[in-house]
Ligand binder design. Structure first.
Ligand code: ATP
Ligand code: MG
Length: 563
């Protein structure tokens, strides 16, 4: 007997209501036990975390029911679409694990078919060419409380409509001069059924069709047909299309073609950011950020560059849940999911971001190789050697001249352990003419070497360090939220741009890293002990320059542990 679903995978999954609907369809054999989903982006921007949720949902369903998943570009808007977006979307869907195999489709490839269907509706008296302007159409449409008014063109004979529609197609009219409308019901309580527009005239070059067309289908006309053509069983979309469903149904019924089941769910939103493509485009065009993949953006390409893994994004979207009601997910939940993943897989290394030089005055002029553990969560990651010498860098924040109570790091006359090395004591503080601390002179206790030392002296603080002579230099970028408000685009008085966080990027031109990072490759991820998780930047790293992005801060630090 044929298995209905990848049962093990499915049993362990928290089921959302969409799975329940599909389970029901499986029982009744509605679609002959087939499941075929799709992700239908319009190539007018880069994908964001909300799109990622939709990909994970649609692909996940296809996978769990041994079904199929299509990637389909809804490329019906030539003025806003670009090949750059098509390419980035393909890359992002693949990276997220959405396996569409060879099923990548373009709505624009269906334009001939859609045109012929429109002709069929005209012949059946179900569509007409209208001369009203866009403003007039809006005015005639009525409101929720008032019925609409019929256009003077509404009762044109089919023959005249056919000839006008052909002229529209042949480029005999200017933009906005005519539209093709469905002839449904100007008094319907559902405004979407008040003779919606099916085609508009757009004299623009299409990124795939060139100048073949100057009439373009509207989303309302095209979308249901695209799903029908591809044999989609469950057409999953966001809630705003719920009251468009009767319209899609009307078109499919009038044409008598295959009919998918539409299921609506609530958009995933994220706090401290914006998700509308129009607003994201504005951030890019007006250079508030450095491109769509700027690591502060909520786009998939930005999260990838920042160091997020596909697993972390999938876990986040699973944990956010698929619901019937709109809600906002916490940015902290996204950060939690990447931390959890990197904690298991990222090797620990030492890097000093804001360096303070320390000279260990009684240390001989030699170099020792110390053993360091790569990943305490994963013994198979092994150990590495790190060089220790007379001059090291420590973090500026690990020294305080006048410390508050409970500060367990370096203070004048105080002791601290250097991770994997010795206990040192601060003997002298060197300052420049402005009174700023520029260097510390310390002594070390040779008996306190980590692991092998004979002393059982204990100190409260452990800090990281890097040997000055062996350090690798890198540019490091630390990020904060891009917006200062939880919901930057819901303020009625202020534009979302007013909530941009002016301190969302701290660029450290010269940080010092332990030498094992010398050959770190773009995209490689590490934990810089106590400083967070970092990823080698794929955009600006060159043969001669290492650039790191901080993916996320650490929740816990081992700063207090003696080691
Ligand atoms: P617009 O249509 O305004 O350009 P959009 O975000 O809806 O913006 P699409 O390219 O139409 O962009 O989206 C592709 C698919 O992703 C749609 O099926 C849509 O339902 C889904 N999607 C978009 N935003 C979200 C979101 N925030 N959460 C979940 N799914 C989303
Ligand atoms: Mg959309």
């Amino acid at each position: 007997m044929e298995e209905k679903k990848n049962s093990e995978e499915l049993q362990n999954k928290p089921k959302n209501f969409i799975y329940e609907i599909i389970d029901g369809d499986m029982e009744t054999g509605k679609f002959g036990n087939k499941v075929h989903t799709r992700f239908p982006p319009e190539p007018n921007g880069y994908l964001h975390i909300g799109h990622a949720a939709s990909i994970c949902l649609n692909y996940g369903i296809a996978r769990d029911y041994n079904g199929k998943f299509n990637l389909r570009f809804d490329d019906t808007n030539p003025e806003k679409e670009e090949v750059e977006y098509v390419e980035s979307i393909i890359e992002d869907v693949k990276w997220l694990g959405g396996n569409f195999e060879d099923r990548i489709f373009y709505a624009s490839d269906y334009f001939d078919k859609m045109y012929n269907w429109a002709v069929e509706l005209i012949k059946n008296g179900k569509a007409y060419v209208d001369d009203l302007s866009a403003d007039e159409i809006r005015a005639y449409r009525g409101t929720l409380t008032e019925p609409g008014k019929e256009s003077p063109s509404r009762n044109r004979p089919a023959e005249e409509n056919l000839s006008l529609f052909e002229k529209m197609k042949n480029g005999e009219f200017k933009n906005g001069e005519k539209v093709l409308r469905a002839k449904i019901d100007m008094t319907s309580p559902n405004l979407n059924l008040r003779d919606p527009i099916m085609y508009r005239i757009v004299h623009a070059e299409h990124h795939r069709q060139g100048n073949k067309w100057c009439i373009y289908p509207t989303y309302d006309w095209a979308h249901g047909l695209e799903d029908s053509i591809e044999g989609i069983t469950h057409s999953i979309c966001t809630l705003e299309f719920e009251n468009h469903r009767p319209l899609y149904d009307w078109f499919l019924n009038e044409l008598g073609v295959y009919h998918p089941q539409q299921i609506e769910f609530a958009r995933i939103n994220l706090n401290y950011t914006v998700m509308s493509k129009r607003k994201l485009l504005k951030l890019v065009q007006e250079k508030y950020v450095d491109g769509w993949d700027d690591p502060r953006m909520p786009t998939v390409s930005a999260l990838r560059r920042r160091g997020y893994t596909p697993e972390a994004i999938r876990n986040f979207t699973d944990n956010s849940g698929i619901a019937k009601r709109d809600k906002v997910s916490e940015y902290a939940l996204l950060e939690f999911s990447i931390r959890e993943d990197l904690n298991k897989h990222a090797n620990r290394v030492m890097a000093v971001l804001h360096p303070l030089k320390v000279v260990i005055t009684n240390y001989p002029g030699t170099v020792e190789e110390l053993d360091a553990v790569n990943n305490p969560e994963d013994p198979s990651a092994g150990t590495r050697k790190i060089p220790f010498s007379k001059e090291i860098f420590v973090e500026q924040s690990d020294f305080m001249e006048n410390p508050p109570k409970g500060y367990h790091r370096l203070v004048p006359g105080g002791e601290v352990r250097l991770r994997y090395a010795y206990i040192i004591k601060c003997e002298e503080v060197i300052k420049n003419e402005n009174g700023e601390v520029t260097e510390l002179r310390c002594s070390y206790d040779a008996e306190t070497r980590s692991g092998t030392g004979t002393s059982n002296k204990k100190v409260k603080g452990t800090i990281h360090w890097v040997s000055a002579a062996h350090a690798v230099e890198a540019e490091v970028r630390l990020y904060d939220r891009l917006f200062t408000a939880e919901s930057p685009d819901s303020d009625k008085e202020k534009d979302f741009l007013e909530f941009i966080n002016p301190n969302s990027l701290e660029l450290i031109p010269k940080a010092y890293l332990e030498p094992s990072l010398k050959n770190a490759k773009p995209g490689e991820r590490f934990q810089f002990e106590r400083n967070g998780y970092f990823c080698v930047d794929t955009k600006y790293t060159t043969k001669d320059k290492l650039v790191f992005n901080r993916t996320v801060t650490l929740k816990d630090s081992w700063g207090k542990k003696a080691n």
